[in-house]
Write a protein that binds this ligand. Sequence first.
Ligand code: GLP
Length: 244
Amino acid sequence: MKIVQTESYEEASEVVAGMILEKVLSHPESVIGLATGKTMEPVYEALVREAKKSEVSFESCRFFMLDEYVGISPDHKSSFRTYIQDRVLRPLGIKKEQITFPPASAVDIKAAAQEYEESIKAAGGIDLQLLGIGRNGHIGFNEPGSLGDSRTRVVELTESTLEANKSEFPGEKMPTMALSMGIGTILEAKNLLMLATGESKAEVIKYILNHHEDVSCPATFLKEHSHFTLVVDPSAGSKINLKI
Ligand code: GLP
């Protein structure tokens, strides 16, 4: 596990965007796992800005999404598909054939989840998986209690997650279920890149550093991965005590 402690919120997002660009420049056919959440918004802004400036092409890349709500239309304004279309696909001119979304609206969702896993394998696996983190340590929507070998499946959201994300659904009932890559699925990516920003993530970041393979905090499973980079801003990193 590599920890990158940055000097500011802006720098943290720029560092992550820079790592994505580096990956695409060195390997134009990269398969990238995209994450959503407020944390990733400035990352995608920086990515689009820098990609345009340095004319990096994403035309040979493939993309997969980490998760999606179950029970809303894919075109809902707060779906993760809409999020990624608005912030990444459209601004970077990425074609719809280049991305596969979790089949959260499928009739036979179990079979579709299995097919999703197979399409990741058929693409050669994920080269770089982006990740945010929930205040309760969730990754994707793998809530506490998720097992280290879990696969893409329907999950029930916890109170903590419902509370954290309810502002995305003003005036309507928030979905209580989601389809998420499993922890086992995530761990198969060749590189994991997690960003944590803000004070609300400080406690969970401290917890991750002090615990291993702890089902009450799914992100602790990532520490077993040989290419896991965690980028923090000063607030999220404020409770880290790295011995020199
Ligand atoms: C979301 C997503 C995660 C994300 C996390 C943190 O709902 N399912 O992929 O990392 O919760 O979100 P935020 O960045 O808004 O704090």
